[in-house]
Design a protein around this ligand. Structure first.
Ligand SMILES: C[S@@+](CC[C@H](N)C(=O)[O-])C[C@H]1O[C@@H](n2cnc3c(N)ncnc32)[C@H](O)[C@@H]1O
Length: 287
């Protein structure tokens, strides 16, 4: 099996979309002085240092000059606050000379909870021993329980013993089985009352349709899996539409799933509204 290292992809166009939606969903579910159970099957590192060249130049690098006007969204505001030396009016070219701190998904959720005065009861999985070491070395490591191991099996076991909360499923798709395992986990979590965000890339730019089978290792192509009774909404982004460059990928999707109920409907409405607002700000800025 190929080894997947997110350090070379951190901050890419897909990360921008998934982290924006993840934080908006978490923001809807985090209430001051209360706790949110948060779980992640494929967590990656607590943070990344972005240096050029890197995929981030087509993702968060493209957003950087707009950061002051994007601070109304918690994801962008956290990036702004974490990088005091690289804040305003900087283009991706200037950024390449310095380095940016880019928090991974779980660290972003922790930062948001701190701002909201809420508590995260977090359980996170990653199979990579180097990722495990990065969590041990991180000052935030006591705020989440990190498990080194297979996230699909780990979360499946957790569902039987934990109250429901927010689950983020973000596999690397280097194994053709990932799409099916993710879908099965999503179904089980929804039955247990969880709200789930499931991320995948869509549409490879460079190949003709039909050249690859439905689930391609490393492709994130989950054709045939991205439907089902628990998927409430799919949030698609065509990267070029907001001036991002996803390399060989045309776009990505975050599926929101849950078994219904007021909380998941509230999250769906909120994500709709906030995505629309983001599109407006970015389209105005790049047109
Ligand atoms: C796309 S990255 C995660 C990025 C992270 N969720 C974020 O948004 O910042 C995928 C991660 O899955 C890990 N991984 C690969 N196979 C795994 C498995 N079976 N179980 C848990 N983690 C796995 C890799 O080590 C990698 O860190």
């Amino acid at each position: 099996m190929r080894h997947y290292d997110h350090r070379v992809h951190a901050g890419n166009a897909g990360d921008v979309w998934k982290h924006f939606l993840l934080l908006e969903a978490a923001s809807c579910l985090l209430d001051p002085e209360s706790s949110l159970v948060y779980a992640e099957s494929h967590v990656g590192r607590p943070e990344y240092v972005l240096k050029a060249p890197g995929d981030w130049e087509g993702g968060i690098g493209k957003c950087w000059p707009l950061l002051p006007s994007l601070r109304t969204f918690c994801y962008f505001d956290i990036l702004y606050e974490l990088n005091p030396d690289s804040r305003i009016g900087i283009n991706a070219g200037d950024l390449s000379r310095g380095s940016l701190i880019y928090p991974g998904s779980a660290r972003l959720v922790l930062e948001l909870a701190k701002r909201k005065g809420a508590r995260i009861l977090g359980e996170i999985w990653d199979i990579d021993p180097e990722v495990a070491a990065s969590w041990r070395a991180c000052s935030k490591s006591d705020l989440m329980t990190f498990h080194q191991g297979d996230g699909f099996a780990g979360i499946a076991e957790m569902l039987g013993r934990s109250p429901p909360g927010l689950l983020f499923v973000d596999p690397p798709y280097i194994d053709p089985k990932d799409a099916g395992l993710a879908k099965r986990l999503l179904d089980r979590a929804c039955i247990s009352g969880w709200i789930v965000l499931w991320w995948y890339m869509t549409d490879m730019k460079t190949i003709s349709p039909g050249v690859y089978p439905a689930a391609v290792p490393g492709s994130g192509n989950i054709e045939g899996y991205d439907s089902g009774k628990y998927i409430l909404e799919k949030f698609d982004l065509d990267f070029e539409r907001i001036g991002l460059n996803g390399g060989r990928w045309k776009g990505s999707t975050v599926a929101l799933a849950g078994s219904g109920g007021p909380r998941s409907e509230q999250v769906a409405r909120h994500l709709h509204q906030r995505s629309k607002e983001l599109m407006c700000i970015v389209s105005d800025a790049i047109s």
